[in-house]
Design a protein around this ligand. Structure first.
Ligand code: PLP
Ligand code: ABU
Length: 456
């Protein structure tokens, strides 16, 4: 709105006195300040990211990261000739991560940044497929039935299998076993298995699958059958937790059978959304066919990602975090988060109506629980999640697909930017919500079909 020909107020402007376009581009422009305010107002309807206890992703970014992201907003990380220093920084991150994961040749191996772990996982999976197919061709054997063995995996592996024509042999959860085990793997491997994918930080229960036991079992299998099956570790979350606070867990390139690993920088790598990493044990573990050379960016450049253009900001932020925190900084941050997760688990357990599925001590910082079978309550975990939103808490409740009997569990992830005070406030609100739901029984309970649960 103008007054005496000068702009004077966003909310008196005509653009804020009518709906803004939602389905087509209007003919005339609008005042940028007004539109910015209207859009930011609309975003107030989103949850508060810091109270999003369902996400694995980093939601507390310090001001220096904001400054780096802003300064890199115009840099396309794929333009390695135009921005050689950014390319160098990405390479340094690959070296740092390869060393962190104990590659035998951290400065000589190969890896790259990706949009996240989904892309990184698929690149790892493709390398497994190419390696298997080349070996089968050398042996003069058919290559039409590749399969992949996983435990209860994140949706990206189902996408990978569908997109790239791989039979996914996912080991289902059972009453007394939620994770992949060597025995269950050996039931499913054969000469067409391109690889086995243990997860370090299972999406559903936050636990680590036992990579070393699976590797040992595949070593024995190879001795008995001559079939050499590699491992790709999906360390989307655990890849930036275990090295710092659980060094005795052997899950990475210390196991020769582990040929590639993915992790999300934007989860426990403490970096802003939009960065994942995939690292191969050695350069030879990524088939040359999968590496493309492009020269239309001003110079010959290698690329082997699914995505091309991407902001350099998250990559540079990742490097900043590595240098700013160091191993001891990451360890301090994640150990504190583990402590908050264990505290929440202990307080939840004291309420007497929950069974703790994961207590926060051996996997990711967080906790997961289910309602006791004999809990005398008139709500379910979906109702509880819904009630907690009144105070801004986003707590994931979802179905665990367990053979013969599904159960609903609730999960809290603890990430940098959370405190013991916040943990206590969460518990206080959990108790308030339980009391409220007990006093005010719902006419009907929410269920999985209502779409109130979290789908990731
Ligand atoms: C085990 C696991 N793998 C892969 C992914 C996908 O990661 P991103 O969201 O970075 O693509 C996730 C996300 O939760 C995950 O937990
Ligand atoms: N892999 C990430 C799923 C979504 C999230 O944690 O926010």
């Amino acid at each position: 709105m103008t007054l005496n020909g000068k702009f004077y107020d966003s909310y008196a402007d005509e653009a804020s006195c009518r709906p803004i376009s939602k389905f087509k581009l209007e003919d005339e422009p609008n005042d940028p300040e007004v539109i910015k305010n209207l859009i930011l107002d609309e975003l107030l309807l989103d949850g508060n990211a810091k109270q999003n206890l369902a996400t694995f992703c980093q939601t507390d970014l310090e001001k220096n990261v904001h400054e780096i992201m802003d300064k890199c907003i115009d840099k396309n990380m794929i333009d390695k000739d135009e921005y050689p220093q950014t390319a160098e920084i990405e390479n340094r991150c690959v070296n740092i991560i390869a060393d962190l994961w104990n590659s035998p040749n951290p400065t000589g191996t190969i890896g790259c940044s990706t949009t996240g772990s989904s892309e990184a996982a698929m690149l790892g999976g493709l390398a497994l497929k190419w390696r298997w197919r080349e070996q089968r061709k050398k042996e003069g054997k058919p290559t039409d039935k590749p399969n992949l063995i996983t435990g209860p995996v994140q949706i990206c592996w189902h996408k990978f299998a569908l997109y790239f024509d791989i039979e996914l042999r996912e080991i289902p959860m059972e009453q007394d076993r939620y994770l992949m085990t060597p025995e269950e793997v050996l039931k499913r491997v054969d000469e067409n298995t391109i690889g086995v994918v243990p997860t370090l930080g299972v999406t559903f229960t936050l636990q680590y699958e036992d990579v070393k036991s699976i590797s040992d079992a595949l070593d024995q299998y190879q001795k008995e059958t001559g079939i050499n099956i590699p491992i790709h570790v999906d360390a989307a979350s655990g890849g930036f937790v275990a090295p710092f606070i659980q060094p005795n867990i052997i899950w990475d390139f210390r196991l020769p059978r582990v040929k590639s690993i993915n992790a999300s920088g934007h989860k426990y790598g403490l970096s802003p959304l939009g960065v994942g990493w995939v690292i191969w044990r050695e350069k030879e573990d990524l088939h040359n066919d999968l590496v493309f050379e492009v020269d239309y960016l001003g110079g010959l450049m290698k690329t082997f990602t699914l995505n091309f253009s991407r902001s350099a900001g998250p990559i540079v932020s990742q490097y900043y975090n590595f240098i700013r925190h160091g191993r001891n900084g990451f360890a301090k941050i994640h150990n504190v988060c583990v402590g908050h997760g264990i505290f929440i688990g202990e307080q939840v357990s004291k309420l007497g109506i929950f069974d703790i599925i994961y207590d926060g001590k051996t996997g990711l910082p967080g906790v997961a629980w289910t309602l006791k079978k004999d809990a005398k309550v008139n709500f379910n975990l979906y109702d509880l999640s819904e009630r907690m939103k009144i105070r801004g808490w986003q707590v994931a409740s979802y179905l665990l697909n367990i053979t013969e009997k599904n159960i609903v569990i609730q999960r809290v992830l603890v990430r940098h930017g959370f405190s013991r005070d916040m943990a206590q406030l969460f518990i206080d609100d959990l108790i308030r919500s339980i009391d409220y739901l007990q006093k005010h029984p719902l006419a009907s309970n929410i269920d999985h079909a209502d779409g109130q649960s979290f789908h990731h």
